[in-house]
Design a protein around this ligand. Structure first.
Ligand code: SF4
Length: 407
């Protein structure tokens, strides 16, 4: 699944014409067929290119309106899909609008998912005024009456779809754009040790380098071992960004007045709820004996992230607080624990494999329940005593620059 593609969920009862709708939107004969039609609870995904919109992932929640045991599992799955999508199409036909649609609308609203209501098969049965009135009792969404058998309706449908696509889905966020100006010197400190991959920089370093170049900065990349040599150049960076693993050494060597942060904190800001992380991270100090900590890994089978979330952070948290804590790990985008208040702290991974919206929706129930949330990078910064220095740069008042002394 591509993180940068727009994720569009297609919801609707069986036989409303979801496959035909998908073919109409994409202009291709795409078959979103599950292996076990009618029995699987898994949504089917397909990466597509939509004219005038761009790359997208269509998520078809086929047949999720069944009754019975499998039906309720499917409803649960459709709720999970709603938390992951950027926008949604609620497909109806034959003027059928009832509890099923109302429940979906409630979920769209709860998760702030923009949606449109598309009434299909208008060639057979046009949408009736009474149906529109019923819909308007529950929803202010745009209603479009169309038929997948009318090619001319495609433009209207895509137009309506474009109107619900959130602007943020297309915004190219900058990691440091608000922290620097063109021609500023940005110093990147990237240790090349045994953990570094052969012949390349790791993704966060690579993306930050590109971001600094995109912001017309003068970028200097050094290893931590070359800091003393860099100081001899007497160049004053407007911003220094260090790998978390050497942050302590870098913070000691770089004068206090040089704004310094870490790659992982920049990504926490780009991807997560930074305000909530800023408020939640210091709550680590308040953890008590036997408190329950939830570790959220947003994908599965990432060995190095497993190490951080399952070994490193739990060990450091217990050492730091001097308390024995309980840990639960939830991997991937699976169902979250039913009661957020069971947890004293949530530690979210960097979320590099999911979209910002997906990540925010995962955190939302905990933030709403008043449970402190943090993420791997910010928790590690706190546990290593560098949180204040690494986040000071985001407090504008403290970033005024002074003359650059030797270091
Ligand atoms: S940080 Fe990225 S790789 Fe690691 S668990 Fe989260 S989504 Fe997966």
């Amino acid at each position: 699944m591509s993180v940068n593609r727009l994720h569009i969920g297609i919801f609707g009862r069986v036989n409303t014409g979801k496959s035909s709708l998908i073919n109409m939107i994409t202009g291709q004969e795409i078959s979103l067929v599950s292996h076990f039609p009618g029995t699987t609870t898994d949504p089917v995904k397909k990466s597509v290119e939509i004219t005038d919109i761009g790359p997208a992932v269509l998520i078809d929640t086929a047949g999720m309106d069944d009754l019975g045991e499998i039906g309720s599992m499917k409803i649960q799955r459709s709720k999970e899909v709603i938390r992951r999508v950027d926008c949604a199409i609620l497909l109806i036909s034959g003027n059928q609008f009832g509890d099923y649609e109302v429940r979906l609308i409630e979920q769209f609203n709860k998760n702030e998912v923009p949606y449109l209501i598309a009434h299909n098969k208008s060639d057979i049965d046009k949408i009736a005024a009474i149906t529109k009135t019923a819909i308007k009792q529950y929803s202010n969404a745009e209603i479009i009456d169309f038929s997948t058998t009318h090619p001319a309706d495609k433009e209207r449908l895509i137009g309506a779809l474009k109107r619900i696509v959130p602007e943020t889905a297309f915004l190219k966020s900058s990691l440091i754009g608000d922290l620097v100006k063109p021609k500023d010197v940005v110093l990147l400190i990237t240790p090349i040790d045994e953990a570094a991959p052969e012949g390349r920089l790791i993704l966060p370093q690579n993306q930050t380098l590109r971001d600094a170049l995109d912001n017309d900065c003068v970028v200097i990349v050094i290893k931590d071992t070359e800091l003393a040599d860099f100081s001899k150049l007497r160049i004053r960076p407007a911003l220094a960004i260090s790998d978390s693993s050497v942050f302590g050494i870098v913070a000691k060597r770089l004068p206090q007045d040089i704004p310094l942060t870490s790659f992982s904190i920049l990504f926490a800001r780009l991807k997560g709820d930074f305000e909530a992380y800023m408020a939640g991270t210091p709550k680590i100090s308040q953890l008590e004996e036997d408190d329950h900590v939830l570790i959220l890994e947003s994908c599965t089978h990432q060995v190095s992230c497993d190490d951080i979330g399952r070994v490193k952070i739990p060990t450091l948290l217990q050492k730091f607080t001097g308390n024995k804590l309980r840990f639960t790990v939830v991997s991937g985008l699976t169902e979250l624990p039913a009661n957020p208040r069971d947890f004293a702290l949530v530690v979210q991974c960097g979320g590099c494999m999911i979209t910002r919206k997906q990540l925010l929706n995962r955190l939302r129930p905990f933030i709403e329940a008043g449970v402190p949330v943090t993420n791997y990078g910010m928790a590690l910064a706190y546990l290593h005593g560098i949180f204040n220095r690494a986040t000071r740069v985001f407090n504008k008042k403290s970033t005024e620059l002074q003359l650059f002394p030797d270091f």
